[in-house]
Design a protein around this ligand. Sequence first.
Ligand code: AMP
Ligand code: DBH
Length: 595
Amino acid sequence: LARGDRARFGAYFNGEVASTKENVSQMTEQTLERSDLGVTPLIPEEFAARYRQAGYWIDQTIPEFLLDACRAKPHFPALVALSHAHLQDGKPQQVRYSYAELEAAGRAAAARIAAAGVQPGDRVLLQLGNTAEYLIYLMGIFWAGALPVFCLPQHRTSELTHFAARADAAAHVYSSRTPGTDFTALHQDVSKQLQAEGLNPPVGIDTAEPLVPLSDEQLAEPFVPAVIQNTDSPRASEQVAFLQLSGGTTGVSKLIPRTHAAYLYSVRGSADICNLTCNTTMLVALPAAHNFTMSSPGILGAMCVQAKMVFAADPSPQTAFALIESEGVTFTALVPPLAQAWVASAEKRGVQLPSLSVLQVGGAKLAATVAGKIESVLGVQVQQVFGMAEGLVNYTRAGDSPRIRLHTQGRPISDDDEILIVDDNDQPVAPGEVGHLLTRGPYTIRGYYREENANTYSFTDEGYYRTGDLVRLVDGKYLEVVGRAKDQINRNGEKIAVDEIEELALAHPDVLDAVALGLPDEAVGERVCLVLVPQEGASLGQNPRRTMHEYFTQKKLAAFKIPERVEVLKELPTTNVGKISRRELRARLVEMLTE
Ligand code: AMP
Ligand code: DBH
């Protein structure tokens, strides 16, 4: 590793102005003097010392963890998935990898990524569906010493340009065989957009192109993954390992800097709570890049114990039930609307899933009635998972009573996860009362990546993360999520910040005012609804929904964020005299529109 690279990446986290791209456009809106600009800040040493002492943080990086995982039981089955680099009759072929084969493929991917010019410490946009290449290139990025930025396949130019600029991404990993979208064109569009902003575009890496396998001699060579120093911390394991996305409470998704040691603690803790073993067969049906799918216990949890992973190309009951049967799946995870769809489909078709023992549900609130049906209809135990990419993850446990399992969202992984439930003035509410959930602990971040402004209101002075969730304590230790104070729409577990939608809508020449809101929906949890007030004398056409759909598509926004219902009003209803609270207004409109 060249000294210069280290300094270059270090600069992001220390707030110095060092990199070439750093100085240009976009980022100059931020004050670059603050010493905590990057990680803002890392967990303070007094806490870090405690977490090391308790054995939560061990001196292992994710690249080392991945290598150890592959070498612990090399001949065990690791992965069954579709591959875009291996075709059969022109279609993605199902491939199988043992852990040793996974290591070989991951090292070939690392070689390709390095050959593309990616340097240790660089950030790489990873934008793949649930294919074999997702895991192989994820390992490749880590083993090349780079930091993945977990994008979703649904992201388009609008989001990708933002992430690439914010993370100063060196590469964009995608598949040109992703059905329905031309990713080569998308990559070019993002590059063009970045260039127009005076930024360097990332190099494109198309995973549909087969990897050049390493020779036996190459594989026999000792392999040490590159490790990068990107903060002042002397321990590589306490450096930032990757950037995860937040649904965020305001604006476009923020980047979440997670460190190796803290993240791996949450992974080991999760695998343990979920009783994963090398006999577990895990179906990965939710998008692989989600924090839930990656770590709760998800892909990394499975690798932790050398379990077998089966990737579903989509989470539909048709696809998933067939894989559960053919591969003997024992464990899987869904968001509530999908869990409901599985129950309905199993009921209708009389399907039994005898191999499946646990169905995790998380990402949005699960209704107790649906939780009950999961158990009675599917014959599996439900496990509720209430987590966030910022850190804190709660689980119901196998031994919990049905009352706890069906009606609460569980309790934290760690005894050292600190929970505060407070009122609007940050004062603790009485036990059992509803309040805002604040948290800090051994795997919860203390700040977003390069978001100085957002960090001042997303975190308290004592370093607690303001989750934006309204919760209450049950039996002194379980959390029940009763609502949400943050302005966010939760569609199928995908979080959408309302002001990202509102800001874009307001940029439309015929729009005077706009409020985005989530309307309750059976199929996806919540649908994006946009309430518009047109400019005087302007019209939004015969079909405002179509007008806005075309407009948002032209703005190159991920399709899941595009309003599915558009209402036009002469004026917005006022909430009360004085200051208009948009949140209150939203609540009024939701009430009005769901009547
Ligand atoms: P993010 O910060 O984008 O990772 O999204 C995390 C948010 O998803 C949480 O703060 C909750 O609002 C929501 N969430 C996740 N799991 C659950 C759950 N089991 N029940 C209710 N809300 C959930
Ligand atoms: O919604 C989430 O972000 C989430 C849900 C469950 C999460 O990040 C997690 C578990 O780790």
